[in-house]
Design a protein. Sequence first.
Length: 139
Amino acid sequence: MAARLVRASGELAATAVGIGLMGFSLVFFFYPLLALGLIGSVLLGLGIPIGLVGANTLMQRVTPLPVISRVSAAADMVIGTPQALSIAGGAALVAVLDYRLIFAIMAVGMLASAVYMWSGRGLTAVVAQESTAVEPSPV
């Protein structure tokens, strides 16, 4: 599903959709109801791979082959370090803020990021569909 979305809309648009789904899914965690939590979890589970596939596809497409491993390692560090810090920050914040407010802040941040990425969706080209049909050879 994620690969088809990247092909149909481009990497930035697909990443924006993934981040938007993740941000929207957090709204379902505001009210403590199991059914809403399950819906939010499904949407979050759909958004994560779409966002990651779009971002990684863009990185691999624009990075020269000789340096792709270094760029990939740097991207992992740029993503992983704030994620680890946010776990520590979230643990501290949950002691002083209501969890719903934390989810609201996360949702606003992710939705704002998705809107910003969506506005730049024209910067990445849509991949043209290549025909896989084999033409018969003349006899």
